[in-house]
Design a protein around this ligand. Structure first.
Ligand SMILES: *Cc1c(COP(=O)(O)O)cnc(C)c1O
Ligand code: SF4
Length: 341
């Protein structure tokens, strides 16, 4: 299911062929042993590591790996991306489609679960494979796999009650500028669409994707465009990410962050507070802190609701309200993401 950027898409003429971010993506780690060698983790310390998974293989850009602490198997960034044998456990309550998304898909492939908003899976590819991903079993090939599908655009044009389109994936910024530009040009003609929201992890895991050309494209769209990034730990936001986020802000785009509460990664008030502080330093406000979606293979990341509430209360007691994300759970039949209070 991994679609690499550039495959089938026109390369950027302005970049003399292949853009830096596309080269970096091709150069990403795809094998656990190569990543662990790079991090100087000795063979004897690799117990519990899963060599390979055919359906959702390891994928980690080198720049993201460079933010991990060498020699530490428990590094919070490494833990998010390293396949473990724990994934193979069949745990009750964890299934392939925890949000019943297949049932919420319209014929053309839009997800319309919440009033006023529609979500388009713009591409199936990601630049990193997060082991806890709730769409890790998503049948991307069944949907509008890439960019502007006529059926989706026709449905959007007819849906006068949809005021915000969320581009999701996979990662929509893996579409190259030509594909993204073509999609945006068609969205520009839909008058009832007021906002375009981009859900992307690329400014964090592949910051070179935030080029001046991309910023211009987003800035020039007649609809208000905002970006929601995904970072779970302050260490994910290195200097390159900070520069890209500053560029998005300089283009006038609001930038928010959503994170997932993950055991062994950020299930600690200090860690969550550091993340909020670092986000703010990068011009980003926290939005949601998600309780883990119960997807098969991710049970080892689960944090109990009582503990999640305790962490959220601890964070609220420490930080200003605008630096405190809302703890939510996504529930298949609910009209919104439900706060855990
Ligand atoms: C999360 C989500 C949204 C957006 O919800 P907000 O509360 O507006 O962030 C919209 N559609 C679907 C299908 C979603 O999963
Ligand atoms: S970047 Fe997002 S969609 Fe892609 S694997 Fe990670 S959580 Fe899933």
């Amino acid at each position: 299911m991994v679609e690499r950027a550039g495959v089938g898409g026109a390369p950027h003429a302005a970049d003399g062929g292949v853009a830096t971010w596309q080269r970096e993506l091709k150069d990403a780690f795809t094998r656990a042993d190569a990543l662990l060698d790079y991090l100087d983790i000795p063979l004897t310390a690799r117990a519990g590591v899963l060599g390979g998974t055919a359906d959702f293989p390891l994928l980690v850009p080198r720049g993201f790996a460079a933010l991990m602490r060498p020699g530490e198997l428990a590094d919070p960034l490494l833990r998010q991306v390293l396949p473990l044998t724990a994934e193979l456990a069949d745990v009750a309550g964890f299934g392939p489609d925890p949000l019943a998304e297949q049932a919420a898909r319209t014929e053309a492939g839009l997800l319309r679960k919440y009033p006023g908003r529609a979500l388009l899976v713009a591409t199936g590819g990601c630049a990193v494979h997060c082991r806890y991903c709730f769409r890790r079993h998503f049948p991307y090939t069944d949907g509008p796999a890439r960019g502007a599908r006529d059926g989706v655009l026709a449905e959007l044009a007819a849906a006068a009650d949809v005021h915000e389109l969320i581009l999701s994936g996979g990662d929509p910024l893996l579409l190259d500028d030509a594909a993204l530009g073509a999609l945006f040009a068609r969205l520009a003609g839909i008058a009832h669409l007021k906002r375009i929201r981009i859900h992307t992890r690329l400014p964090v895991v592949l910051p070179s994707r935030v080029t001046p050309a991309l910023c211009r494209l987003l800035e020039d769209q007649p609809q208000r465009t905002l970006v929601v990034i995904h970072a779970n730990h302050a260490n994910e936001l290195g200097d390159a990410a900070a520069r890209g986020l500053a560029a998005l802000r300089a283009a006038g785009l609001p930038v928010l962050n959503q994170s997932v509460l993950l055991a062994g990664v950020n299930d600690c008030v200090d860690t969550l507070a550091e993340l909020s502080e670092r986000l703010f330093d990068c011009g980003v406000l926290p939005y949601y802190l998600h309780q883990l979606d119960r997807v098969a293979g991710a049970a080892h990341f689960a944090v109990a609701d009582a503990e999640a509430r305790r962490l959220a209360a601890g964070l609220r007691a420490r930080l200003p309200g605008y630096l405190t994300p809302l703890l939510v759970r996504e529930t298949p039949a609910a009209p919104c993401k439900l706060p855990l209070l």
